[in-house]
Write a protein of this length. Structure first.
Length: 365
């Protein structure tokens, strides 16, 4: 039967039944649907539960928290998939360290984790393509490219230092890669995280008016990324101190943590333009650096779990009855004591975190 005599439905069926075209068939009911936690209650809620499959960009200033956030997602990706998932971390600059890995709690078992010290676009992109296309083990991958700024073309890598690099070479090759692989990565249930720096492009002339932020990778990454999270600069007001109420700066003691600030430049859940803050506590290891207990206190306050009476925090009767068997007292003396309670009682704090996520995500707040 000629194509001219086939109905539209018959032509589509014929196209999809061709063995060379079966991979093009899209069924939304079979779409991968999972969320990977960041470890932060605030960030997870802003992302409707966490990071989904596809391409995501973490950008921002130096030491804003991009690599630590990527590794936090990696830890929870391993927790979600176990031996069926693997992190491929492309180390294109010197940021990754043993201390950072220990702090974020990533499992370095070779079945779940692999670091490839390579900053050549072609080699990195060829490996990602091969792993996605030839996935006989049906594994789930999280690819972390840290960072796009540290990568270069093979031709530029081979040149002498005095030779000029090809203009927009990296942008061009990343654009070609994303056109070819963004759909296979997402449809096969993988995640790719691309980190990059924000730099200010200063205009020529005497005036600096009109200075614009510039990011590596060109416009293609902005287009193909599901989410773009921009990490903002940290100021003194964002630092937590041992004695925050001290009258002078020299009496505040040592810093105990800081507030990480993220602006959503692009999202898939209509929250573009929103800003999220989450606290980091210094000195913690094994993936506990995100100070989720502080987030819990803010959430409990917002949802009316307790009332303050002088120096005391008294929980509502129904909240006390619900959680007393997990160690929640009727009242505690001040937020520092409540913070210590939540830090020590992991069963209580983890239960509260899970229930907040379920209730808020279900309500769509």
């Amino acid at each position: 039967m000629s194509k001219e005599t086939l109905t539209a439905e018959e032509q589509i069926t014929s196209f999809l039944n061709d063995k060379n075209n079966k991979r093009y068939h899209y069924n939304h009911l079979q779409e991968e649907d999972y969320k990977i936690s960041s470890g932060s209650l605030n960030l997870d809620l802003a992302m409707d539960g966490g990071l989904g499959c596809g391409i995501h960009r973490l950008t921002g200033v130096n030491e804003g928290g991009k690599t630590s956030c990527a590794l936090a997602f990696a830890k929870h990706f391993q927790k979600h998939f176990g031996d069926k998932g693997k992190i491929i971390y492309f180390k294109a600059e010197g940021r990754l360290s043993k201390d950072m890995i220990k702090r974020t709690g990533v499992d370095t078992d070779e079945r779940k984790w692999c670091v490839i010290a390579c900053n050549i676009f072609e080699k990195v992109f060829d490996l990602i393509r091969d792993l996605v296309q030839n996935n006989q083990e049906k594994r789930k991958y999280m690819f972390i490219m840290d960072s796009m700024d540290g990568m270069c073309r093979q031709s530029d890598y081979d040149k002498a230092f005095g030779d000029a690099e090809q203009v927009a070479g990296g942008s061009l090759i990343s654009s070609v890669f994303l056109k070819k692989q963004s759909l296979p990565i997402a449809m096969n249930g993988h995640i790719a995280i691309i980190t990059s720096q924000v730099r200010i492009e200063i205009p020529t002339g005497y005036s600096r008016a009109g200075a614009k932020p510039k990011q590596a990778g060109g416009h293609a990454v902005k287009h193909y990324a599901n989410n773009i999270l921009e990490f903002e600069e940290r100021y003194n007001a964002d630092i937590f101190w041992e004695n925050p109420n001290a009258e002078t700066a020299d009496k505040k003691g040592n810093p105990t943590g800081h507030m990480c600030k993220i602006a959503f430049k692009k999202t898939v859940n209509e929250k573009t333009g929103a800003k999220v803050r989450y606290p980091i506590k210094y000195g913690r290891t094994d993936g506990n650096s995100i100070w989720v207990e502080r987030e819990l206190i803010d959430m409990m306050k917002l949802w009316g779990y307790y009332e303050k009476s002088g120096a005391w925090i008294k929980f509502s009767e129904d909240i006390y009855e619900k959680y007393k068997d997990l160690g929640l007292p009727e009242k505690v003396q001040g937020e520092p004591k409540l913070l210590a309670l939540l830090e020590e009682n992991k069963k209580l704090s983890n239960t509260l975190i899970d229930e907040f996520k379920q209730d808020i995500l279900k309500s769509g707040v």
